[in-house]
Design a protein around this ligand. Structure first.
Ligand SMILES: O=C(CO)[C@@H](O)[C@H](O)COP(=O)(O)O
Ligand SMILES: [Fe+2]
Length: 215
């Protein structure tokens, strides 16, 4: 059985004590820390920027999975790479030349991915899959933690799994939004490799148990 990657979203962590929160998820067996960057323009919320990622980098050996929900990823991705991101994911809806940006990010030596909003079909990214390290399927409307999982997105995960396997692409499927022990099962059955989870993990009394329940 494949080992599922668990990426707690620190959007639901205590922002005044991120170092401790990172230690908690490390001890709980998390694989990555998912960092939600929002600009108040691409999505109606503002979160954190590259200086915070720089501090997170010093505080943890966990893979930093940076999810850019911003209007202009071409302009800002480098700041996040220099700050210590291991993976940079941008939204395909935000750019004109996704392939070019992917190649630029990968040439910097880190991994690159694209994310798709619930209304964006798989056909929008099919031609990118051979260049992608990761595709991030949003199972909520991006912008906020703690929303309910959209079942309508499960068929998208399955469709991506089929294309990736049929064509033997080297691309991970990550799912983000409303992931808990029940929705995780549905996503993994549909073909997800990595699960982002914020509210479910950080509101759990025993976060180790919560991480394990996702696997
Ligand atoms: O990108 C986003 C929201 O836009 C996510 O990463 C959420 O932060 C996940 O939080 P939960 O839905 O698991 O609480
Ligand atoms: Fe996210």
């Amino acid at each position: 059985m494949k080992r599922i990657i668990v990426a707690p979203s620190i959007l639901s962590a205590d922002f005044a004590d991120l170092k401790t929160e990172l230690k908690r998820i490390e001890a709980a067996g998390a694989n990555w820390a998912h960092v939600d960057v929002m600009d108040g323009h691409f999505v109606p919320n503002i979160t954190i920027g590259a200086p915070v990622v720089k501090s997170l980098r010093k505080a943890t050996p966990l893979t930093l999975d940076v999810h850019l929900m911003i209007t202009d990823p071409q302009k800002y991705w480098k700041d996040f790479q220099e700050a210590g991101a291991d993976i940079i994911v941008f939204h395909v809806e935000a750019v004109k030349n996704a392939k070019g940006l992917l190649e630029e990010i990968k040439a910097s030596g880190i991994k690159a991915g694209v994310s798709i909003k619930p209304a964006t079909p798989v056909s929008e990214i099919e031609s990118l899959l051979d260049s992608l390290d990761l595709v991030l399927v949003m199972t909520v409307e991006p912008g906020f933690g703690g929303q309910s999982f959209m079942e309508t997105q499960v068929s998208k995960i399955a469709a991506l799994r089929k294309i990736i396997d049929d064509r033997k692409y080297n691309c991970i499927i990550e799912v983000d939004g409303g992931i808990n022990d029940k929705t995780a099962k549905v996503c993994v059955a549909a073909g997800a490799d990595a699960l982002v989870s914020g509210n479910y993990i950080f509101s759990a009394g025993d976060i180790k148990k919560a991480v394990e329940s996702l696997r």
